[in-house]
Design a protein around this ligand. Sequence first.
Ligand code: CUA
Length: 233
Amino acid sequence: MMEWLGLVAASTYAKDIDFVFNLIFWITAFWFLLAEGVFFYLIFRFRKKAGVPGQYITGELASEKRWITIPHFAVLLFDVVILFFAVKVWYEVKQNLPQAPDQQIVRVIAQQWAWTFVHPGPDGKLDTPDDITTVNELHVEVDKLHVFKLESKDVLHDFSVPVFRLKQDAIPGRVITGWFTPTKTGNYDIQCAEICGIGHALMPARMIIEAAPEHAEWLAKNSNLAVASATAR
Ligand code: CUA
């Protein structure tokens, strides 16, 4: 449904999140249509008729109470189904931290009102001299596991990447670890999804997902060492 609405799914877990979204949507749609159907049927069926006196129903008979208890337990059962899948997906996305030998660790720093991204540079290691720091532009490689370290310099922000179906609050004083594996190349939105002051709406950024050769080229061209040697020349 999200893709049908035009939102591309570009991470390994986007489809799992969409599944839960669709599940909740269709269960809600089912109950809505059923409830409205019964409602209008009863209004029509028992509408005012000449010669038929109104009936006062207390709802105390077992046959009447069934109209409450059966849907009640059915709704609870559907809730358990939603809960089962929601917890399963939550665990996979938020509790589980996959590992890969070639994973990239990126630092994401939120502040009023911009994003700073620190990329590991060509050596693949963070906090080394060839790191690449950018503002409002995160470059990642497609099909590669990325672990992010999310920080905030001032207030609550939220690192939201709609095409990944990723949303993570940034909390001042904490470093929050999360992950994603992009599955499609392209240029996508990053948004701050937590009201963080007057400039909150002006806190977008870009997620640039590149194929391996383009990404390697970007890293080589933009690493702090490459930039330093170019300016020294
Ligand atoms: Cu940062 Cu809203």
